[in-house]
Design a protein around this ligand. Structure first.
Ligand SMILES: *Cc1c(COP(=O)(O)O)cnc(C)c1O
Length: 375
C-alpha cells in the first residue's frame, strides 16, 4: 500500500455548506496545539463565548460551542430540554424540520406537527392554532432558515406566540447565524443552535448553542437524567464555566476552536449588521445574474434566504452532469436539491466568506458555459 499526503484542490464552495473559509481562519488551524485546560486556551474559550454572545445578540450566560456538527447542536437542545411524555410542536417545511421531529420522537416525547409546503415559511397562525388545540405543549421547535428549501421563517413572531402559551422556543439557526438578522434576546428565543460551517465560514464540526435563563431553569428541573452522557449540558458546563476550576469532560477540539475564534473575530470586525447587509447585497447581484440566464427561484421573493438560493433546474438540463462539470472544469461546488427537491433544484450558497463578488462572477460564468454546452 502506498498512500501519500492528501492535497485537496482549491474549490469554490457555493453549496449549502461547508462554505468558503477565509485564509485567516485556515491559517489559525495550523497554530501550535495547546492543552485544552491550558490557562491561555481557557482565556481564548472565554473570548469565544463573548464573541458567540455577540453573534447571537444575547446576554445568555449559557452560550457555548458543542464539540460536534450542527445536528449535535440540534440534539443537545432536544435531549436536555425535552423528557419522555412531553408534547412538542414541530414545524416542518423541509428536511431539517423532519430531523427535529425525529429527535423529539427518539427522546420519547410526542411530536405535534405543523406542516408547510417545501419552499414556504412556517405559518405562525398554524402554530398558534396548534397551541390552542394542544394544551400543555412544552416547546415549539422550528427552523429559522431552512437550508433544504431556501425559505426564511419569521422567528420573532413564532417565538412570541410560543411565549404567550408558556412554551419554550427551540430554534434551528444553523444557516441563519451571521447571514440574516437573528436577535436571540430581543425575540425571546429560548434554545438556539447553529453550525460553524455555514455563514460563520469556519471548519465543520462545531455547533454554537445558547440557552435562555428560562431554558436553563427547565433543564435544572428535569425529572430524568439526560440519556446522552456526551450532550448532557449539566456536565459540559463544568468544562465551559467552572470558574477557575474547569474540569475535564471531553477533550475540546483545540485547533477547531482557534478557527471558530478567528471566524468570530472576522465577523465582529466586519460588524453583524454589515455582514447581514453584505449577504443581502450579494444575493441581489446573484439574483439579477441568474435571471439574465433565465434561471428561476423556487421560493417567493418575500421569504428568500439571501445566503441559500434555491433555483429551478432549467428544463432539459441534466442535473448531475452539470454539477459534475462545474466541479471538474471550474472547481465550483453548487448544492444538489435535497429531499423533495432532489433532481429539480440547485442550491447556490452565498455564505459568510463566500458571499462576495468574485464567487458570483465565477458561478455565473461557469453556469453560462456549462449550460450552453449541455444544450
Ligand atoms: C446544515 C444544517 C443542519 C445540520 O448541520 P450539520 O453540521 O450538517 O450537522 C441543521 N439544520 C440546518 C438548517 C442546516 O442547514
Amino acid at each position: 500500500m502506498h498512500i501519500e499526503s492528501f492535497y485537496p484542490p482549491k474549490r469554490t464552495l457555493m453549496g449549502p455548506g461547508p462554505s468558503d473559509i477565509s485564509p485567516r481562519v485556515l491559517q489559525s488551524l495550523s497554530r501550535p496545539t495547546v492543552g485544552h485546560l491550558d490557562p491561555l486556551f481557557i482565556k481564548m474559550m472565554d473570548e469565544v463565548k463573548s464573541l458567540l454572545q455577540y453573534a447571537f445578540q444575547t446576554k445568555n450566560e449559557f452560550t457555548i460551542a458543542v464539540s460536534a456538527p450542527g445536528s449535535a447542536g440540534m440534539e443537545t437542545c432536544f435531549v436536555n430540554l425535552i423528557e419522555p411524555g412531553d408534547k412538542v410542536i414541530v414545524c416542518r417545511n423541509g428536511v431539517f424540520g423532519e430531523r427535529m421531529r425525529e429527535n423529539v420522537v427518539r427522546v420519547g416525547a410526542e411530536a405535534i406537527l405543523v406542516d408547510n409546503e417545501w419552499g414556504e415559511p412556517v405559518d405562525p397562525h398554524a402554530v398558534e392554532k396548534a397551541l390552542q388545540n394542544n394544551p400543555g405543549v412544552k416547546a415549539v421547535a422550528f427552523v429559522h432558515a431552512e437550508t433544504s428549501t431556501g425559505a426564511l421563517s419569521d422567528a420573532k413572531s413564532i417565538a412570541a406566540i410560543a411565549q404567550q402559551f408558556g412554551a419554550l422556543s427551540i430554534v434551528d439557526a444553523v444557516t441563519s447565524l451571521g447571514g440574516v438578522s437573528l436577535l436571540v434576546d430581543e425575540w425571546g428565543l429560548d434554545a438556539v443552535y447553529s453550525g460553524s460551517q455555514k455563514c460563520l465560514s469556519c471548519v465543520p464540526g462545531l455547533s454554537p448553542v445558547t440557552f435562555s435563563p428560562k431554558a436553563v431553569e427547565v433543564m435544572s428541573q428535569r425529572k430524568s437524567p439526560v440519556q446522552s452522557w456526551f450532550l448532557d449540558q449539566s456536565l459540559v458546563l463544568a468544562y465551559w464555566s467552572g470558574e477557575g476550576k474547569r474540569s475535564y469532560h471531553h477533550t475540546a477540539p483545540v485547533n477547531s476552536l482557534y478557527a471558530l475564534h478567528e471566524a468570530l473575530v472576522l465577523l465582529h470586525t466586519e460588524g453583524l449588521e454589515s455582514a447581514w447587509q453584505r449577504h443581502s447585497d450579494m444575493h441581489e447581484k446573484l439574483k439579477k445574474e441568474l435571471e439574465s440566464l433565465g434561471i428561476e427561484f423556487v421560493v417567493n421573493e418575500e421569504h428568500r434566504l439571501p445566503q441559500l438560493n434555491t433555483v429551478k433546474i432549467p428544463a432539459g438540463v441534466d442535473d448531475a452532469q452539470v454539477r459534475n462539470q462545474l466541479l471538474q472544469q471550474f472547481n465550483l461546488e453548487v448544492g444538489a436539491g435535497l429531499g423533495k427537491f432532489s433532481g429539480n433544484a440547485w442550491r447556490i450558497g452565498l455564505m459568510g466568506y463566500g458571499a462576495r463578488e468574485e464567487n458570483i462572477a465565477l458561478c455565473i460564468q461557469a453556469l453560462r458555459e456549462v449550460l450552453s454546452q449541455s444544450k
